[in-house]
Design a protein around this ligand. Structure first.
Ligand code: URA
Length: 189
């Protein structure tokens, strides 16, 4: 797909996401958080769901987990300007509860998978169990984090969620090792 066409289609998709009222989460959100970054990115990062700060600003990963993610990006040579960041569901679940299976399936099939189809990245990094299940229908992150899973011409790369890496030192170490691998993988695409 040509750059211009991709950018226009992604913009339109994000308009639809902002107006979406297909699930319960749309009733309690302040604003939807479609995602942000480069529409022509080679790497897409997928979190779980917007939190409080994201719900207020409409931007992904701008709270505490986002600051930890920025720290990882800086340390391993990634930039928000060149990647695309989004989440499995685009609206904040009330009191930050886990998104429910029907919310995940509606939102990810209509929006997340469409974003990936339009952007055509080489690598999709899933943060945490929710994104892993939504995109690859896999469980057991502790056994497969840091591995490459090839599907439909895309390398999926599961790692932990930055909110866990920020809280737990042992997870942080594993995330750092995964980001080292991801930095290497980036040089090969
Ligand atoms: N956690 C997520 O999964 N996504 C965000 O945008 C913020 C926190």
């Amino acid at each position: 797909m040509k750059k211009q066409e991709r950018e226009a289609k992604l913009k339109e998709l994000h308009r639809r996401i902002r107006r979406c009222s297909l699930c319960f989460l749309s009733h309690s959100r302040m604003v939807a958080v479609p995602g942000r970054g480069n529409p022509n990115a080679k790497i897409v990062f997928v979190g779980e769901a917007p939190g409080n700060e994201e719900d207020k600003t409409g931007r992904p990963f701008v709270g505490r987990a986002g600051r930890f993610l920025d720290w990882l990006f800086e340390r391993y040579g990634f930039s928000r300007r060149f990647v695309f960041i989004t989440s499995t569901v685009k609206c904040r679940p009330p009191k930050n509860r886990k998104p429910r299976p029907n919310e995940i399936s509606t939102c990810s099939s209509l929006y997340l998978k469409e974003q990936i189809r339009l952007i055509e990245p080489k690598i999709v990094v899933t943060f945490g169990e929710v994104a892993l299940k939504a995109l690859l229908n896999l469980k057991g992150l502790s056994k497969i984090h840091g591995l490459q899973i090839k599907r439909d011409n895309i390398i999926y790369f599961p790692t932990y969620h930055p909110a866990s890496g920020m809280r737990f030192p042992d997870i942080r170490k594993k995330m750092m090792a995964d980001f080292r691998k991801l930095r290497n993988l980036k040089t090969k695409i």
